[in-house]
Ligand binder design. Sequence first.
Ligand code: 5GP
Length: 197
Amino acid sequence: MKLLEDRIHTDGQVLGQDILKVDRFLTHQVDYQLMKKIGKRFAQVYANAGVTKVVTIEASGIAPALYAAESLNVPMVFAKKAKNVTMNDDLLITEVYSFTKKLTSTVQISSKLIEEGDKVLIIDDFLANGQAALGLVHLMEQAKAEVVGLGMVIEKSFQDGRQKLLDQGMKLTSLARIEKFEDGKVIFAPADDKDFD
Ligand code: 5GP
């Protein structure tokens, strides 16, 4: 998505070898106009997939997932990283190792919210080593829901998350694909939605 790549060039900051900071529009301050366009793009790509729910993981996946859900006119459900006292239903539950936080957390969704036969579009802010995405796929398997695709806002293609998802037969749509960082600059690979630009 050209608009997103332009925004990464303007406001993204490369940290070290493998981290992109995008806290001006995605992971801390959120640009709702850009998120709405991102959500609409995911909805365009998956318009004919019969999506019944959009699923993400807190926190930064929520904004793009919500706009995708709005465009597809379906509910959005986000996996929670901490259990609280109101979560007294049966839970779909899995462990996810966080690439940025370097710790493993338990993530959960109430089993009432995802039903057998649901057709799910999984959305997240970043795809790196695929732990978050695979964790969500695992939760959907527990619910006997079908994952019709995954939509990633930013993919770091030099890490192996993409390959892991493709190996599982998943359809993947990344709106910005980072081939590498070079002298603090972002070099993009062709995005999966380039035909929609
Ligand atoms: P994965 O599970 O694919 O290894 O990593 C995905 C998760 O880690 C995303 O949900 C995101 O929160 C975080 N993440 C991974 N790489 C980056 C990065 O370069 N920048 C930021 N801001 N978050 C990242």
